[in-house]
Design a protein around this ligand. Structure first.
Ligand SMILES: [Zn+2]
Length: 694
């Protein structure tokens, strides 16, 4: 995902760039990637008062605010003529500074090791979001913008003008002053609630203790080694991602899995139930103030989908496409459970990951523990850099630069002799850090003027010595890197707010890149074990078959989350209780047994992230397009440079300077469609059909 966002609520899609929150995690069936581990360095919080870092950041924020306020005031002044030079260019500089400051504040909010800096960053972010709201509610700026004649300008400029004018209207610029004041106030409240929702998730880490390594039977040896007993002689296992996922997948101790499952699925509960209820109510109020019936309508009008009704139609269509297969796959889980427990009535949610691993091993000879030694963090990173070069011709070189934590590494990405931008890798867990995986935008680029930058935040092992990644971690790394390549490639537009395409396209390039992980020639270049042997081709095929086996369950479960995100925002908030709504959807999409007393929505971070909050469907929407675009690679070759360069130039480079559907059509030579996605879902692998069998 791209992390949090800024912009104002409504038009979110066009305005903002934000970080990408990636990660289709949070699926009820399989644990979602969440957070980090507890091996992190101690916090560097100041003992009392402000640290040097927090004073420096406060000053940076204040300087940025003063600059933006001055630019906004100047833009509101009447002028003699209204042209690109007198209106669009000052607007461009203003939005660039707003975006850069918001992005940096969000990054610091989630990444800085000093708690005081994080606190200041949260406040600073709110102030810049407030200024963005003010800008799009400014009558004088809107009038100046509307007065510029763009009829003789190029297509990009006309598209930019059209999008921004729409954004002003969507944000309520035409309302009376009292309404606009109310819009500003409610928008500010929403931003504060979104930050509170996120902070509650980041700060809630729960843990379970076990008496001895014997309780950890089934877990990989390297994982057990990295969890020695503490002073009390007991071993602590947290709800953070590097602990949660392996325990749910490998631990033979079912009580341990059950206990950890309940902790994990109650993170940020009950605190976030109340925050979410307020947030949903405020968003609905804001939608009403700007002339929309619901917030889901307001949030989707600038996406490819265009409306909440179209989103609903899409969710139903994708769920229908996956339903039979999801139930068929779930029945295989139950059969497997009954081999060990003949009287079992249902598969409990804390059994699914564990059984899934067993089934993949038994049906497809795919053993996650055997795959893991081939994915050492540094080799994976270097392999992803090499893939970027092979596909897009980009070279990546490490550089020295100032960072917010000593573990952060900095690189430049070059296209021949042209510098595309800079990126930061903050890849390992530590206390207080963002606990999912996302690309965070930093600087916005501008053609011929400014270069972009971004940061990846993940919670992977490998900070001290070797760390081995689960296959899913490698997918996540590739996914986020896909966002990064997209960001640095598209971020050279003349008009800053022409950078980002529609939000329901944003996850297409990142999800498509994941498919290269299952391409033997690609993965064998970097997936080697400690003896230097590449991952066997047979094992790659097994992982692919095993992944396909669970695909129906994945899609169906993701549609439950999409339905939840839409349903929270497409109706009167007074008409439902969040727990009731969530339970209703659990029932509607149920594939496995119930787990009463869990509240997974409370830590569903996308609900606090405006562009995703009512629009979690956008992952699947993007995946439908990704599957279609990938079909051209399947025909022409995954390492065919003509194809990958065409993709780079037609899809990545244009960014938001034209509608995403046009970019995809230029690459495919036809409009995109649902066929490749449907076909992939319909192609259910039969055990023994492919791969090596047993
Ligand atoms: Zn993503």
């Amino acid at each position: 995902m791209i992390n949090k966002t800024h912009w104002t609520w409504i038009g979110a899609s066009l305005l903002a760039l934000t970080v990408s929150a990636c990660g289709r995690d949070e699926a009820p069936a399989e644990p979602a990637p969440t957070v980090a581990a507890d091996t992190a360095p101690a916090e560097v919080s100041p003992a009392a008062g402000q640290s040097d870092a927090s004073r420096a950041y406060q000053e940076r924020c204040d300087v940025g605010l003063a600059s933006v306020e001055a630019l906004l005031a100047a833009l509101e002044e009447p002028r003699d003529d209204y042209t690109l030079a007198t209106v669009f260019e000052p607007f461009n500089e203003l939005t660039r500074q707003i975006d850069n400051n918001m992005f940096y504040a969000q990054l610091m909010f989630y990444a800085h090791p000093d708690a005081e800096v994080r606190r200041i960053a949260g406040e600073c972010d709110q102030k810049f979001q407030g200024l963005n709201t003010r800008l799009f509610l400014s009558g004088p700026v809107f009038e100046a913008f509307a007065a510029v004649d763009v009829s003789g300008e190029d297509a990009e400029t006309r598209y930019f003008a059209e999008k921004q004018r729409l954004q002003f209207k969507l944000n309520g610029v035409s309302q009376d002053e009292a309404t606009r004041a109310k819009i500003r106030a409610v928008s500010d409240e929403i931003v504060a609630l979104e930050n509170e929702f996120a902070a509650n998730i980041a700060s809630d880490v729960r843990s379970v203790k076990v008496d001895s390594p014997e309780n950890l039977a089934g877990l990989p040896a390297d994982w057990i080694e990295s969890h020695p007993p503490g002073d009390d002689g007991r071993i602590t296992i947290t709800t953070q991602y590097p602990d949660y996922v392996p325990v749910m997948r490998y631990a033979e101790d079912e009580d341990l899995r059950r206990e950890l499952y309940f902790d994990y699925n109650n993170l940020a509960y009950p605190a976030n139930k109340e925050v979410l209820a307020k947030l949903v109510a405020k968003r609905n109020e804001l939608a009403g103030l700007t002339g929309f019936e619901t917030w889901a309508d307001a949030m989707n009008v600038t996406k490819m989908s265009g409306s909440a009704a179209e989103v609903r139609r899409f969710i139903d269509k994708a769920a229908d496409a996956a339903r039979d297969r999801a139930h068929a796959d779930a029945a295989v889980y139950l059969d497997r459970l009954r081999q060990d427990s003949p009287e079992a009535g249902a598969v409990a949610p804390w059994q699914t990951s564990y059984l899934g691993n067993k089934l993949r091993k038994e049906l497809f000879s795919m053993d996650a523990a055997e795959v893991r030694p081939y994915f050492e963090y540094q080799k994976v990173r270097d392999g992803i850099f090499e893939l970027t070069k092979d596909l897009f011709g980009y070279t990546i070189v490490p550089i020295d630069a100032e960072v917010w934590h000593p573990s952060v590494q900095v690189y430049e990405m070059w296209d021949g002799d042209q510098l595309l931008g800079t990126f930061y890798l903050d890849m390992h867990p530590r206390k207080g850090k963002f606990n999912h995986a996302a690309m965070f935008q930093m600087d916005v680029g501008q053609e011929g003027q400014h270069l972009p930058s971004a940061a990846l935040l993940t919670n992977l092992p490998g900070e001290n010595g070797k760390g081995y990644l689960e296959l899913r971690d490698v997918e996540t790394f590739l996914h986020e890197f896909g966002h990064l390549v997209h960001w640095l490639t598209m971020n050279h537009q003349r008009w800053v707010r022409n950078t980002m395409p529609e939000w329901d396209f944003i996850e297409a390039p990142s999800q498509m890149l994941e498919y290269w992980l299952y391409d033997t020639p690609t993965v064998q270049r970097f997936a080697t074990n400690d003896a230097g042997e590449p991952i066997p081709a047979e094992m790659v095929q097994q992982t692919l078959d095993a992944k396909a086996f669970g695909e129906g369950i994945t899609v169906f479960s993701q549609m439950e989350l999409a339905d939840l995100s839409l349903s929270l925002h497409d109706r009167d908030p007074a008409s439902f209780d969040i727990d009731g709504l969530s339970e209703e959807l659990d029932e509607e999409y149920r594939l496995f047994g119930e787990a009463g007393g869990t509240h997974h929505y409370a830590a569903f971070s996308h609900l606090g992230n405006a562009p995703y909050a009512a629009s979690y469907y956008l992952y699947m929407w993007s995946l439908v397009i990704a599957d279609d675009m990938f079909s051209r690679f399947q025909t022409e070759g995954l390492r065919n440079r003509d194809t990958s360069f065409s993709y780079r130039d037609e899809v990545l480079v244009p960014g938001g300077s034209r509608p995403a559907a046009e970019s995809v059509r230029a690459f495919l030579g036809r409009p995109y469609n649902f066929d490749a996605f449907q076909e992939r879902l319909g192609d259910r692998p039969e055990p023994g059909d492919t791969g090596a069998g047993k």
